[in-house]
Design a binder for this molecule. Structure first.
Ligand code: FES
Length: 409
C-alpha cells in the first residue's frame, strides 16, 4: 500500500512488502557492525542472534525504522570537536550547574543551622530570624531554577539540529521496538557528546546530587525529633498554662506592652462577647523574656467567651471547666492550626476563617461543620478570691492540629 504524506510525496506504508526509500537516513550508523537482516522490509525482520550482534548505532537506527521515523534534517552543532566556541558553550552550561550546586548547598546549610526560633520584632536577633524563610526558600528556588536552565542550555547548545517526521500507528509498540528504544536513547546521548563532556557531566551530577541531599534532609528532618519524648511532660502536652510549683496562672490580655500586665475580671467582658487572653505568673513580672514568651507562644492564645445570660448549654455534671457564663477555649484550630478568632454570639459558634470549621461554644467546642474533627481544647478556669480569672490546670486536650495525636491516644 502507498500512502500520501502531508507534503504530497508518496511513501511506503507499514503493510507494504516493497523496499523502503528511507534506508540511508542515519549516515553515522551506516557501515558499523553487521548489516541489518532483511533490510529494506518494514517492519524490519531481525532474528534474536542478529539483534545480539548489532552495534549501538545499528540498534538506534533500527529503533527509528521501527518507529517509522523520517529524519529530514540532522546536523551536528559542533562538527569539529574541541573548538574554542564549543568550550565556551560547555563552560556556560557548567556555570549554571555550579550555581545550582552552590545554592543547594546554601539551602542545606541554612536549613540545618540558621536560627529559626521565634524572635519578637524590635528585639535583638529579629532580623536574622525573619530572614530564615526567605533564605531557605530563595536558595532552594535558585538551585532548582539554575539546574533547569543548565539542562535547557545543554539541550540547545549540544543537541543536533534535527527535523524528524513520524507516522502514527495504532496500538502498543512491538517487543523489538521496546528493546531498541533504550539503544536509541543511548545513541542520542552519544551524538550530543555527553559522555566526553566531563565538566558538564560532573557539574550536572554535583548539582543534582547536592540538591537531592538537601531535599532529602528537609524531607527526613521532621522525623528525627520524637515529639512524644518526655511522656506526660512532652512539649506537645505542656503549654504555658501549666502551673509550675503550684503557682497561680492568671488570665491577662495584651495591651501591646509585655511589661504592662492587665489581669482579667468577669466584669471586664460584655455578655455575648469574646476576648483573647494569655497566661501570666507573678514570677514572670519584670522578666521581659518570660512575659514575651507568654504572649507569643503558639499554644498560649485562649478565647475567653462570655455567653449571653440564659443561653442553653450541655455542661456535664462533674466536668467543671467553665465559670458561670464564661468558658475558655484554645484559639488554635484543631484542623491545621489557624487562629479561630470569630465568635458568633447569636448561634454560639466559633468559626475558623481558614477552612470554615465551626465549633459549638456551649457544647465543649464540639466541631459541627468543616474539616476539623476534634473539639477545641478547653482551659479550665475559675475566679480567685481577689476577683481575677485564673486557670485551674492546663488544657484538657493537646492544642493544635489533630495529626499530633496519631498513635498516642
Ligand atoms: S485551620 Fe481551621 S478549618 Fe482549617
Amino acid at each position: 500500500m502507498t500512502s500520501t504524506r502531508d507534503d504530497g510525496s508518496a511513501r511506503s506504508g507499514p503493510d507494504q512488502d516493497g523496499p523502503r526509500q528511507d534506508g540511508a537516513r542515519f549516515e553515522g550508523a551506516q557501515g558499523e557492525g553487521p548489516p541489518l537482516a532483511a533490510e529494506g522490509t518494514h517492519p524490519p525482520r531481525v532474528s534474536g542472534d542478529e539483534l545480539e550482534r548489532m552495534t549501538q548505532p545499528q540498534l538506534a537506527r533500527l529503533a527509528a525504522e521501527l518507529d517509522d521515523v523520517d529524519v529530514v534534517h540532522n546536523q551536528d552543532p559542533w562538527p569539529v570537536p574541541g573548538t574554542r566556541a564549543e568550550r565556551r558553550a560547555a563552560q556556560s552550561v557548567v556555570l549554571w550547574f555550579l550555581i545550582s550546586a552552590l545554592s543547594a548547598l546554601a539551602f542545606l546549610l541554612a536549613f540545618l543551622f540558621w536560627p529559626y526560633e521565634y524572635v519578637a520584632p524590635g528585639t535583638p536577633g529579629y532580623a536574622t530570624y525573619a530572614a530564615y524563610t526567605p533564605i531557605v526558600g530563595g536558595m532552594l528556588g535558585l538551585s532548582i531554577t539554575a539546574l533547569g536552565i543548565g539542562v535547557i542550555a545543554y539541550v540547545k547548545k549540544f543537541f543536533p539540529d534535527e527535523v524528524s517526521v513520524q507516522q502514527r500507528h495504532d496500538g502498543p509498540s512491538e517487543e523489538i521496538a521496546r528493546r531498541t528504544v533504550v539503544a536509541q536513547v543511548v545513541q542520542a546521548g552519544k551524538e550530543t557528546g555527553f559522555g566526553r563532556r566531563k565538566m558538564i557531566v560532573g557539574s550536572a551530577g554535583l548539582a543534582a546530587g547536592v540538591l537531592g541531599v538537601g531535599v532529602g534532609v528537609a524531607a527526613v528532618a521532621p522525623f528525627v525529633r520524637d515529639p512524644w519524648k518526655g511522656g506526660d511532660e512532652a512539649a506537645l502536652w505542656v503549654t504555658p498554662w501549666r502551673s509550675v510549683n503550684g503557682e497561680t496562672v492568671y488570665l491577662r490580655y495584651d495591651t501591646g506592652d509585655p511589661e504592662e500586665v492587665a489581669l482579667v475580671r468577669p466584669e471586664d467582658q460584655e455578655p455575648g462577647s469574646m476576648m483573647t487572653v494569655f497566661p501570666f505568673r507573678e514570677a514572670d513580672r519584670g522578666n521581659e523574656e518570660a512575659l514575651i514568651h507568654g504572649l507569643r507562644a503558639s499554644d498560649a492564645p485562649v478565647m475567653l467567651i462570655r455567653l449571653r445570660p440564659g443561653t442553653p448549654t450541655v455542661w456535664q455534671p462533674g466536668r467543671d471547666l467553665h465559670y458561670g457564663d464564661y468558658i475558655a477555649y484554645s484559639k488554635i484550630c484543631t484542623h491545621l492550626g489557624c487562629p479561630t478568632s470569630l465568635y458568633e454570639s447569636q448561634t454560639d459558634r466559633i468559626l475558623c476563617p481558614c477552612h470554615q470549621s465551626q465549633f459549638i461554644a456551649t457544647e465543649y467546642g464540639r466541631p459541627v461543620f468543616g474539616p476539623a474533627a476534634r473539639p477545641l481544647p478547653l482551659l479550665p478556669i475559675t475566679v480567685n478570691e481577689e476577683g481575677y480569672f485564673v486557670a485551674t490546670g492546663d488544657f484538657d486536650a493537646p492544642v493544635g492540629p489533630s495529626f499530633w495525636e496519631m498513635g498516642s491516644v
